[in-house]
Design a protein around this ligand. Structure first.
Ligand code: NDP
Length: 302
């Protein structure tokens, strides 16, 4: 197979030695050419898909594929597979737990108090007092659900299609999930249906004093509505990892908002060490003429 590594973000030097040793019979390239069979892509350079007549598979190097789906030259007939990287799933769950526990244990407040040398305790809640609402119950949401349940939290979750997960209050009604939730964690793909899903109306549905954790995409949240919900005291805190414009511009008011914690789209990074087996598996499937695992449903947009 001739395999094109096409990314302006992922570093070829981290991936290529691993790929070459796992797939010694294949050839790897950094520039498009007529005999490419497979593209490994994450933010590919402009024009990557314009002249690849033999293309059999596009394998994303990321879990989110909304940018690849916007590529005008991505052929509709070629399967697009997203990455499901077990290392990334664990990393994301760790970030979910870190944010939820930071809010639940009032640590974000105590950090402020330390700066003011203020000794003041807040009421302690038990995990069983809290319901964590997960928007998205896919690879990421379902793993986070299991680990939150293990800590004793109640978990509610929203998905597009009806779902059953042990001990999780699953629903296809967003209102139902939000109205139960003290903290809401967004782990949705960005699609036309999920863009701006966290807006004035839906943020109001979250329980008073709750928090929002957005680890999915900036486009899920209407920022001005979130700021209004924080300023009015309806929400206590927001943990934001993803933004409409990344890097977040220096002058953006989110940087300085006292109720916002910002991380630089670092909730879960692809780790070539854990991602590689899944990518190799899909390349082997393509070699045998089989459809890839984790095929993107282009109509659903994820
Ligand atoms: P999956 O495709 O496995 O799961 C997506 C979930 O969202 C599913 O439960 C799906 O429902 C649900 N969903 C999709 N559309 C809707 C809708 N319209 N209404 C209700 N629910 C909906 O995705 P992953 O869990 O692997 O990843 C989710 C997203 O996380 C990625 O798309 C990416 O954007 C983001 N991400 C962010 C990272 C970061 O570092 N910040 C790192 C990795 C991923 P159903 O079960 O019915 O299909």
């Amino acid at each position: 197979m001739n395999i094109l590594f096409a990314s302006q973000v992922e570093k070829a030097e981290s991936w290529l030695p691993l790929l070459e040793s796992a797939l010694p019979q294949d050839r790897f390239f950094a520039e498009p050419r007529d005999d490419i069979d497979i593209v490994l892509a994450a933010t590919p350079p402009a024009g990557t898909f314009e002249r690849l007549p033999k293309l059999k598979l596009v394998q994303s190097l990321w879990m989110g594929v909304e940018k690849l789906l916007e590529e005008p030259a991505l052929p509709a007939s070629v399967p697009l597979a997203r990455l499901v990287d077990p290392g990334m799933v664990s990393a994301m769950t760790e970030t979910v737990l870190a944010c939820v526990l930071d809010w639940h244990r009032h640590l974000y407040r105590y950090r402020d108090y330390q700066r003011a040398r203020r000794w003041h305790r807040h009421r302690q809640y038990l995990a069983t007092d809290r319901t964590i609402g997960l928007l998205g119950l896919g690879e990421l949401g379902s793993d986070a659900a299991r680990r939150l349940l293990a800590l004793g939290f109640n978990v509610a979750g929203w998905s597009r299609r009806p779902k059953k997960l042990d001990e999780v209050a699953c629903s296809t009604s967003l209102e139902e999930v939000l109205s139960k939730s003290n903290a809401v964690v967004c782990l949705l793909p960005l699609t036309p249906q999920t863009r701006n899903v966290l807006n004035e109306r839906t943020l109001k549905a979250i329980r008073q004093g709750g928090c929002l954790v957005n680890l999915a995409r900036g486009g899920h949240v209407v920022t001005k509505d979130l700021l209004a919900a924080l300023d009015s005291g309806h929400l206590a805190h927001a943990y934001l990892d993803v933004f409409d414009t990344e890097p977040l511009p220096e002058q953006d008011p989110l940087w300085r908002h006292p109720k916002v914690s910002i991380t630089p789209h670092a909730a879960a990074l692809t780790d070539p060490r854990t991602a590689l087996p899944r990518i190799v598996q899909n390349i082997e499937r393509a070699r045998r003429g089989e459809p890839p695992l984790n095929l993107v449903d282009r109509a659903a947009g994820y």
